[in-house]
Design a binder for this molecule. Structure first.
Ligand code: ZN
Length: 142
């Protein structure tokens, strides 16, 4: 395990905009507020979602578009840097009308119906992502 110590910074409470992409609006917000590293939690609803699953053998993400209204039961993740840009990494569990759930890594293509997000900023060293040969993923450079 590798780690680094961070301090709690500012906290932000956001009401997400209807009709906008979830990742895009969070990334825009972090850029506007100069949030370099953070912990994120979200609840709310989407009109559609694009969910990923990482194929560990094939080393690539499969994507599935779920084109229906769903609750955001819980989305959680973080903010760090990837290729010199702020990068929001989220996973989410979504509730369907029949009360079943779908879940996965969130890609662009999650359209917000309504959302409440809380960001806790983390202050410390630059939290950058680098390619990890062992997994094929871009992981924190700790
Ligand atoms: Zn992920």
């Amino acid at each position: 395990m590798r780690d680094a110590e961070f301090e709690r910074g500012r906290s932000f409470v956001m009401r997400l905009e209807k009709g906008r992409d979830l990742l895009e609006q969070l990334t825009d917000y972090c850029n506007r507020r100069s949030i370099d590293a953070a912990q994120v939690t979200i609840i709310g609803a989407v009109t559609r979602a694009t969910l990923g699953f990482y194929d560990q053998e094939g080393r690539e993400y499969g994507r599935r578009v779920v084109d229906e209204p769903m609750e955001i039961i819980h989305a959680t993740g973080n903010v760090s840097y990837l290729d010199g840009e702020r990068f929001v990494h989220l996973h989410g569990t979504f509730g369907r009308e029949d009360r079943s759930t779908v879940a996965g890594h969130l890609f662009e293509g999650c359209e917000v119906f309504a959302g409440e997000a809380i960001l806790h900023e983390l202050e410390g060293p630059v939290l950058d992502r680098v390619f990890d040969d062992a997994t094929g993923l871009t992981l924190w450079d700790l």
